[in-house]
Structures are given as structure tokens and as C-alpha cells.
Design a protein around this ligand. Structure first.
Ligand SMILES: Nc1ncnc2c1ncn2[C@@H]1O[C@H](COP(=O)(O)OP(=O)(O)OP(=O)(O)O)[C@@H](O)[C@H]1O
Ligand SMILES: [Mg+2]
Length: 242
């Protein structure tokens, strides 16, 4: 069953086209990787899906329902969970309290259920031992884990990850990839990431965005080895590659 079907999505900021007739599907248990140069419109695509930016045309259908005209909180309640490119915890709340907020208001769980689910999520994301620390005091790897934990705690059908592995050391990337891979089976996932091996480990397909347009979509190895990606994403021409 298709969890997310985006069709004909369009958005401009002034003269800049950030989504140009975008269409794609993501099924449950599937991860769609998204790559593209800086400013291509990747984060804006996630903003359009969660409703922080409103589309000018097109539909965003989640589990059979068009959510394109709903408010962000309604989309969260219907199953959209998002990890931001820059982690956005409540710095003066503990790690547990941050996840509890998502379990309570995102997933809509009552007190006891929300606490139990928050502890479960902290265990899955490797944060159980840090539950009582202030979120603002965490190192980057744990802020990234917490960002993922908050998305997971809202009990999403669709998880949106925006460069969650950026800035981490290689062993930290590997640990995060393991955590993400363990939850993939139960969710549809869109993962924007610039680290090729991280995407190759988890993504089933990769979509390439450039100036808001889809220029390629296919198996990760094919897409990331393609000439068009070398040209637009890495700034290489055929002559450079020769
Ligand atoms: N709210 C906004 N208002 C005006 N312009 C915006 C807004 N959000 C993004 N933009 C512009 O739209 C373009 C796409 O931005 P976006 O953040 O989606 O790119 P990105 O592909 O995520 O880039 P990066 O790899 O740097 O994260 C950029 O030119 C950006 O400056
Ligand atoms: Mg971005």
C-alpha cells in the first residue's frame, strides 16, 4: 500500500522555483533518499509535506487522504513525523521530557501511555541512559538522536529526515544508520542526506532534486553513479570525470 503519494507539487519563493511539478510515491517499509545541491529545494520539500510551507499546486496524499490543505498539527496527528536539519529540542527540558512532549501532543497519548512510549523510544534510539540530562547540554550525536526520537515518538506512518547524519564522525554515522534501519520496516521514510554510503545502506530509491525539479529517481547505486549526478550534484563535467 502506498503511504505517501505526491503529485504535481509546485512552489516558488519569488522568482525561485523550489518545487516544480514534483511527483513521487513512498510506500510503508520503504525509504526514499533525496539528494541535490545546496538550495535545490530539499528542506522545502519536507516543509511542504509537513505544512510549514503551503504548496501552490498539486496534492500530498497520506494513506489515501489529501493533507495538502491541513495545518501542520493536523498532519502530525495523521502520521507525519519530521526530524529537522538543525536539531530543535527544548533546551531547558530533559531528554525524556522532550520525547514526552512528542508522545503526548504528537501521538496524542495519555499520561501513563505517553511516559511508557517515551521510554520505549529512548531505548530504541540509544538515549535511555541520558533520559534525565538537559537537552541543551547534549553533544551533537545525541541531539541528532533526540531529533529522531522526537519524530518517532509522535507515532508517525511517514518519517521525514533532513540531513540527520550531517556533521557526525564516521562511527557516529554508522550507529545512527543502524538505528534508522531498525525502524524502517514499520514506516515510510524520506531521508535527505549528503552521505552516499548512509543512503545506500537504508534507501530503496534515491530522488535527485535540482532547482526544485526531479531530474532522476532510481536505485541508489545507479543514481549516485550516474553522470547527471556527477554534473549537477558534485559540480563535475564529463571531461572532469574522464
Ligand atoms: N521561507 C523561505 N522564504 C524564501 N526563500 C526560501 C524560504 N525557504 C527556503 N528558501 C529558499 O529556497 C531555496 C531552497 O531552499 P532549501 O532550504 O529547500 O534548500 P535545500 O536543498 O534544503 O539546501 P541545503 O542543502 O543547503 O539544505 C533556497 O534558495 C532558499 O534560500
Ligand atoms: Mg536543506
Amino acid at each position: 500500500m502506498t503511504s505517501l503519494r505526491v503529485t504535481g507539487l509546485c512552489k516558488s519563493f519569488g522568482a525561485i522555483k523550489v518545487a516544480e511539478d514534483l511527483s513521487f510515491d513512498v510506500g510503508s517499509g520503504e525509504c526514499l533518499g533525496v539528494i541535490g545541491p545546496n538550495g535545490a529545494g530539499k528542506s522545502t520539500l519536507l516543509n511542504l509535506i509537513v505544512g510549514l510551507v503551503r504548496s501552490e499546486a498539486g496534492s500530498i496524499v497520506l494513506d489515501g487522504r489529501d493533507i495538502a490543505h491541513l495545518a501542520p498539527y493536523q498532519r502530525v496527528r495523521l502520521g507525519v513525523g519530521r526530524a529537522f536539519q538543525i536539531p530543535q529540542p527544548f533546551p531547558h527540558l530533559s531528554v525524556f521530557e522532550n520525547v514526552l512532549v512528542a508522545a503526548s501532543f504528537g501521538a496524542g497519548l495519555s499520561d501513563r501511555d505517553a511516559s511508557a512510549w517515551a521510554m520505549d523510544v529512548l531505548g530504541r534510539t540509544g538515549l535511555a541512559a541520558k533520559a534525565d540530562l538537559l537537552a541543551g547540554a547534549l553533544p551533537l550525536i545525541d541531539r541528532k538522536r533526540l531529533e529522531f526520537a522526537k519524530a518517532l515518538a509522535s507515532r508517525p506512518h511517514l518519517i521525514l529526515l533532513d540531513e540527520i547524519a550531517a556533521g557526525l564522525t564516521e562511527p557516529e554515522v554508522e550507529r545512527l544508520v543502524e538505528i534508522i534501519a531498525t525502524v524502517k520496516a514499520d514506516h515510510a521514510m524520506i531521508w535527505i542526506e549528503h552521505i552516499p554510503h548512509a543512503l545506500r545502506a537504508v534507501a530503496d530509491r534515491v530522488l535527485v532534486l535540482n532547482f526544485g525539479s526531479k531530474v532522476l529517481e532510481g536505485p541508489p547505486a545507479d543514481v549516485m553513479g550516474s553522470q547527471i549526478v556527477r554534473e549537477i550534484y558534485m559540480g563535475l563535467t564529463a571531461d572532469d570525470a574522464a
